[in-house]
Design a protein around this ligand. Sequence first.
Ligand code: F6P
Length: 545
Amino acid sequence: MDITATSAWQLLQEKWQQTAAMHMRQQFESEPQRFADMHIALPGMMLDFSKNRIDGETIDLLCRLAAEAGLPEKTRTMRSGEKINVSENRAVLHTALRLPTDAAPVYVDGENVVPLLHRELERALAFADSLLDGRFTGATGKRITDFVHIGIGGSDLGPQVAVQALHPYCRNIRVHFVSNSDDANIAQVLGRLNAETTVFCIASKSFGTPETLLNAHAARDWFRTQGHSEADVARHFVAISSEVAAAHQFGIEADKVFAMFDWVGGRYSVWSAIGLPLMVAIGSEAFRSFLSGGHAMDEHFFNTPYRRNMPVIMAMLGVWYNNFYHAGGHTVVPYSHNLRRFPAYLQQLDMESNGKSRKINGEPVDCDTGPLIFGEEGVNCQHAYFQLLHQGTRLVPADFIVPMSSPYRIGRQHRFTVANAFAQAEALMRGKTLDEALLELASLPAAEREMLAPQKVFPGNRPSNMILVDDLNPYTLGMLIALYEHKVFVQGVIWGINSFDQWGVEYGKVLAKAIEPELSGEPCGKHDSSTNGLIDYYRRCHQSD
Ligand code: F6P
């Protein structure tokens, strides 16, 4: 189907023409009920979407568009285990990973996957707990103090973000992450370790990602140089992969390989064994709470009318700005130091999922798809790129994510941070008129006032969502991640794309494979002049090696 040909799309186009000039400041003045009508509260989390360039009718039309795009049917198909990732012929069942043990069966190729996924989950949780309580020791009998997770992309970002976010819940094992092939990453981690008390975890669904294998070999080589035998490797190295044989070939025993399933995509896999570093950091009980939070958001998404449905509302507002206002970017701003890597996580989740220009059947898309996602922790971002949000020429919708409490209780820092988040959203919405600017500068000489005042004008009318999290804990973090997963899914349905493959990542990998030998061996000279010049420059830098 061509989404732009639906009646809802046409009506939204008209709606945009009628309302684009409306200012939210006036809407707030004339609609005292606006916040009451435009917020959704769930246990643990609240979304205020009233600071958007919409009225009640816009929401109705956006929900109608979701229905016309077939969202109810597509959601049902995803949940049922049908192979909706058609280009890879795979089911998409990250939601199953959050199901309770007594959930109704979910079949993939005739097999009920619920018992299977719980078996693997229990294995991983039991291993994590055995590290935490000291039952699992290193080869010399010492208690494990450090856990190094080696993976990249979906095999890294989810657990990394979650471990950082849940810092107050972290227990007695230090968890480190190595993802980059730049050796600065692994060098800095290894420099902090004692091999005797370290477990390395190689996380790669394919067990074939070159960055991960490079780091895995570097870790193993280092481990051996610390006086450990090959037999000790088998004790200190574990893997998370769907390729058990490849992990075994690396030296990891089959009972230390935690399974991944082909029906869970990398960027949706933090709920699976890929969450092992989080399990090690916070323990099994807290990890179960993380899963429960994700499941609670699933239940909300699956069972709530679209008008009151958090992921659907957030997704459709994104469509409104992306496709009708032609905003090319979207910023996500956690006012939380512990959520500082959450924007990076969302970049992969959103841009790898919806950065597509072909529809699921291979035809070109009918409209713009995923926006550029970026973000930084508040309040730091206010002293960096927020100038552009306030006074630049582009419309950049924002999501603010603000925990309502802090476990650290240092002075008035948390209250100050929250106040800044609220103030930024208010300023983006209200703006500042020329009259207001002139009034502020009343004490200045007229010429100076006239020159300065226009520069102090803020157009306002800049949209934002405010997501308030009562307390950032395993449960609400689970809700938050699942919220964005579903938002991305809904948008993919609207744009008619496959949100679950990532062919665009492959091409660069292939070219890198060809160039690496040329950096030390014979250059083939068959590239463009720029690439040849870069190879040559590198070689000259290494002439004396
Ligand atoms: O970045 C591309 C990608 O294919 C991601 O989708 C995936 O999460 C990541 O590489 C790592 O893949 P693997 O887990 O197979 O090492």
